[in-house]
Write a protein that binds this ligand. Structure first.
Ligand code: PHE
Length: 459
């Protein structure tokens, strides 16, 4: 078989997979979901979902990819036969749809970087009004999201270790540094502690079915699970890597960035008298206020720096989103990588246009009466991420339980983890993947679909 490329080292894989996981999901989506879904209670459920449900699924995905050494479709199809390949195809479809709207939001972050650094965003009187105006402006959005897609495609053309790995290694640590610096600053502000209370003291009355679905969907999205990204990345690693250890590190890095983002945003929101349930504009409205308070020059530098790093975090995620369908067409259809990358980037960009126009630019996309007056972007994100990713995780677990079988999973994991067989890790992972996940995620899926689309709620 042709050389598919691969990560040059264990740490390279971890950094790239963590780069895929850490992105807008952590810094943009996580805080606003916490804000809309009852604060600390959401955080708690999200943490439980991540470590109990998602972690074993991550191990399973990486193991499938490494065993089959193929793209998302090919991995399921080689192990299980063509029919099972549909799980991979479904993931590829979700990846395409997620990238279509993700690129739009990444364009906002890119635009904010430019507007803060080189224009006068920080002198605006109302950041909330600015955000509304900004996202409704088609021209700006178009330019910045085109740029973003081009940069993504450029790096993906370079292939796995050339582009993806090198970019992630430098940028991830910088993101931590700027987040922690800003947190320290934000904790000194007036009323910061109200924000901390909202974020860290759970209120049991806030626990309901909606909180649980949102937290589960967010955990899958944030860890890049359920759509074959980690099957694809797993296919580029070699047998001596400890999959369980790597998955643990990836999960911890991902959760820690989300946690830090919340620790930064809520003190800011409360000290500026904003509402935590603001929605998708939350970070774009809360952050400029604090950069503004730092004074014109420092604000420009720190604010510009922050949004630039957010763009990089988003970029390591868009790279992995694009890599999934690219790997499929290159591995299965034997098409040339470069043409596939540019063709897909253009196609996905076009698919994202309605999402881009759904923030006020075009009414029909902005408030869709057949979908609870929500926007097209909400629709794509809810259907292809919140609902489909946990479903993808459910199908993967079923695949392991009934087709690949757990002893083969154990066999694969034990390369790179010699004492795995017979260990407590094996028992937990097997039980989670073959019993608990299929049942729980299957139930959640049915319940979400019934309540979202048919207004019937089982629990
Ligand atoms: N995990 C990424 C984020 O949190 C988004 C993503 C989802 C990337 C699915 C790849 C696959 O921003």
């Amino acid at each position: 078989m042709a050389n598919r490329g691969g990560f040059s080292s264990r740490i390279g894989f971890i950094v790239a997979a963590a780069g895929s996981a850490v992105g807008l999901g952590n810094i943009w989506k996580f805080p606003y979901e916490v804000g809309q879904n009852g604060g600390a209670m959401f955080l708690l459920v999200y943490l439980l979902c991540t470590f109990i449900i998602c972690f074993p699924i991550m191990v399973g995905e990486i193991a499938i990819g490494r065993h089959a050494k193929r793209d998302a479709y090919g991995s399921y199809a080689t192990i299980g036969g063509k029919k099972w390949g549909y799980i991979g195809l479904f993931g590829i479809l979700c990846g395409i749809m997620i990238l279509s709207f993700y690129n739009v939001v990444a364009g906002w972050a890119f635009g904010y970087f430019i507007e803060i650094s080189f224009s006068n965003l920080l002198a605006e009187t109302s950041f909330s009004e600015f955000f509304g105006r900004y996202t409704a402006d088609f021209g700006d959005n178009l330019i910045f999201s085109v740029c973003f897609m081009i940069i993504t495609a450029f790096i993906v053309v370079k292939g796995v270790s050339g582009g993806i790995e090198r970019a992630s290694k430098i940028l991830m640590p910088m993101l931590y540094v700027i987040l922690i610096g800003l947190i320290i600053y934000s904790l000194t502000l007036e009323n910061a502690m109200d924000g901390i209370r909202f974020y860290l003291l759970p209120d049991i009355t806030k626990l309901n079915a909606e909180t649980i679905y949102s937290a589960l969907g967010q955990a899958f999205f944030s860890l890049s699970l359920g759509m074959g990204a980690l099957v694809t990345y797993g296919s580029y690693i070699d047998k001596n890597q400890n999959i369980v250890g790597s998955a643990a590190m990836i999960s911890i890095m991902d959760v820690s960035v989300a946690f830090l983002a919340g620790l930064l945003i809520f003190p800011l929101v409360f000290s500026q008298g904003q509402t935590p349930s603001e929605g998708p504009g939350l970070v774009f409205v809360a952050l400029p206020g604090v950069f503004n308070a730092m004074g014109p020059l420092v604000g420009r530098i720190v604010g510009g720096g922050f949004f630039l790093l957010l763009c990089f975090a988003a970029l390591t995620s868009t790279i992995s989103l694009l890599e999934v369908p690219v790997a499929y067409l290159v591995d299965e259809k034997k098409l040339p990588r470069k043409a596939v990358v540019w063709g897909l980037a253009a196609f996905i960009f076009v698919v994202g246009l309605p999402s881009m126009l759904s923030q006020g630019a075009v009414r029909a996309f902005s408030s869709m009466s057949w979908y609870g007056d929500k926007s097209f972007l909400d629709f794509v994100s809810e259907v292809f991420s919140d609902i489909s990713l946990p479903l993808g995780g459910c199908l993967m677990s079923i695949f392991i339980a009934v087709r690949w079988k757990k002893h083969n999973l154990s066999e694969e994991i034990s390369h790179g983890f010699p004492n795995y067989k017979g260990s407590i890790h094996e028992k937990i992972i097997n039980t989670m993947i073959t019993v608990i996940s299929p049942v729980l995620l299957g139930f959640m899926f049915i319940n979400t679909v019934l309540s979202k689309f048919f207004d019937i709620s089982i629990f």
